[in-house]
Structure formats: structure tokens, C-alpha cells
Design a protein. Structure first.
Length: 201
């Protein structure tokens, strides 16, 4: 297997211990579970305890909390669908150079995933630590997006497409992705580019 890409690491951070080992292995191009566990250890990722209250909490978020999460995702986050070989996965993440901002995002969600960080080299003289928090559980993402949809502005279209992707995912009974899911992946990827002709953003 080749080097671990940033996309691979994000998948490990968001899904290690939350999905079946064989599913995560497939999404990482067939990497062995031993290799994945070693990578998780290197990234300081630990298997989170199952929190059955997460769904109920997301549904009971106060209005200001929903608005705050939506604003964070609009400004500093990503609502996306990742491609890992032949596998597709929905995810949401927030990144910022200020750890308290990302910690606040985690605090409101009350999710047990860890905050991770990496060093971004702007040039040989300047380095910034980038703190990142990601959620990779499809059901949790679906519930959260549904609860904050009314407050999203910039990334509302991505949220709608990701929710549709997950609806298909919940219904399908095999491991083959539908043509519509691949179309949704491509459209979300296009919308998440730093600049696109529809918005100029």
C-alpha cells in the first residue's frame, strides 16, 4: 500500500471504531486492520464509546446551538462526500487555527470524537497549527443536517445533496453504490471547490 493521504487520515479520524472493520478497510482501499489500527495509534485516535444519547441530543439542540453549528459549517467547515477507491462516505468537519473555536463546535455536539491537529506550512518561515473536528457517522450526520438545515446559507445545497446520498445509503442492501450516488458525489465535490462559477466564492 502507498502513503497515507490526508483524505485517508480524515477517514480514520472520523470512522475508526464507529464502523465495521471490514467496511473501513474497504473504504481505505483494502488496507489491513493491523495497518489501520497502527495508523489510528499514530494519529492518537481512540475508539469512541457508543453514545446512544447522541441522536436524542442532536434532536434537542436549542435554536442558538443549531444556528451556531450552521454558521461554523458555513464559514469554517465542510459538508462533503469523500471517495476512497470504490467507496463513498459522507462527512462533516470543521477546521480552524484557533483550538477554542473547534472545541466549542465539539462541546455543542457533545460527540466523543477527538479534536485533531496538523501543521500547515505556509512557507519555510511560517507554520500554522490547523485544528480539525470531524463526524463520519452517516446516521448522526443526517440527523444533524436535518436539524440545522434552516440556518445554513452557503452550504445548504451541499447539505441537501449529502442527505439525499445518505437516504439512498440507508435503503440499499448491497455494497454497490448507485449511479445517483456517484452523481451526488461529483456535484458536492464541485460545490466544495474554493471557487465555482455559480457563486464566485
Amino acid at each position: 500500500m502507498g502513503k497515507w493521504s490526508p483524505e485517508d487520515d480524515l477517514l480514520v479520524k472520523s470512522q475508526y471504531g464507529t464502523v465495521k472493520p471490514e467496511d473501513l478497510s474497504e473504504r481505505l482501499g483494502g488496507r489491513s486492520w493491523t495497518a489501520i489500527a497502527k495508523r489510528a495509534q499514530y494519529l492518537a485516535v481512540h475508539r469512541p464509546r457508543t453514545n446512544p444519547n447522541s441522536y436524542a441530543h442532536f434532536k434537542s439542540l436549542e435554536l442558538w446551538e443549531r444556528a451556531w453549528i450552521a454558521c461554523a459549517l458555513d464559514g469554517e467547515g465542510t459538508i462533503g462526500i469523500g471517495s476512497h477507491g470504490k467507496a463513498l462516505d459522507a462527512y462533516i468537519s470543521v477546521s480552524n487555527t484557533k483550538e477554542p473555536f473547534v472545541a466549542r463546535f465539539k462541546e455543542i455536539l457533545r460527540n466523543e470524537n477527538r479534536i485533531h491537529y496538523h501543521i500547515k506550512h505556509r512557507n519555510e518561515y511560517r507554520r500554522n497549527a490547523i485544528y480539525q473536528y470531524a463526524v463520519g457517522s452517516g446516521p448522526l450526520i443526517y440527523v444533524l443536517l436535518r436539524e440545522i438545515m434552516q440556518f445554513l446559507v452557503i452550504k445548504r445545497e451541499q447539505a441537501k445533496l449529502v442527505m439525499r446520498f445518505l437516504e439512498i445509503q440507508f435503503e440499499r442492501r448491497n455494497k454497490h453504490y448507485t449511479e445517483e450516488q456517484w452523481t451526488l458525489y461529483k456535484e458536492v465535490k464541485r460545490l466544495n471547490q474554493r471557487w465555482h462559477p455559480d457563486t464566485g466564492a
